[in-house]
Design a protein around this ligand. Sequence first.
Ligand SMILES: C[S@@+](CC[C@H](N)C(=O)[O-])C[C@H]1O[C@@H](n2cnc3c(N)ncnc32)[C@H](O)[C@@H]1O
Length: 206
Amino acid sequence: MNDYLDSINPKKSNDVIDSILEQAKELNTPIIQSDAINLLIQLIQTSKVQSVLEIGSAIAYSAIMMATFTNCKVFTIERDLDSYKRAIENIKKAKLEDRITIVHADALEYPMTEDYQFDLLFIDAAKAQYIKFFEKYEIFLKPNGIVVSDNLLFHGLVGHKELIESRNVKQLVRKIDGFNDYIINNPKYDTYIYNIGDGLSISIKK
Ligand SMILES: C[S@@+](CC[C@H](N)C(=O)[O-])C[C@H]1O[C@@H](n2cnc3c(N)ncnc32)[C@H](O)[C@@H]1O
């Protein structure tokens, strides 16, 4: 089925994006999957999102996709220095310096000021910290803002814990499960978790 969808769906790409995809493969950098980024782009378009706050830039693939295929501005935070440097180069290559702001910091320590207000918060960083990211950054969302979180099924393991052998992975999956429970039951948001990409949630602030 996925081969069929890959063959029929339009490819959102250009030379810079192709080179970033190659880089991600070479460096083994985890990036958002194709169906998930396409859904996110359509959500940005249909909800008229103008500003995105992303936690976890990696090499700026998702930030560049969002800025290339919509009119939004992206503010993105990355703690790994090598990834941050590659992200800066990629943003330059894509000529998106005026639409993407990247910060080198641990998002849990970054002193974001309340002058910033975003339409959409995209959480795609350390999986064990999602509740902390959510609680720290939801205050920067505009009324009716949207939170999107990736990797909530973690390679299918969240729904199949019996397959996990490693203690560390078990612990991580338990944390992700805890976040899923937290957002689904958060009365301030309408949330649905989709079997798209590695598991993507959309939470709309009530
Ligand atoms: C899955 S990758 C991000 C992929 C990117 N959003 C994309 O789809 O192109 C996760 C990134 O989050 C970063 N990260 C993890 N914890 C972080 C934190 N506390 N603050 C900032 N970045 C963090 C990691 O260094 C890694 O590069």
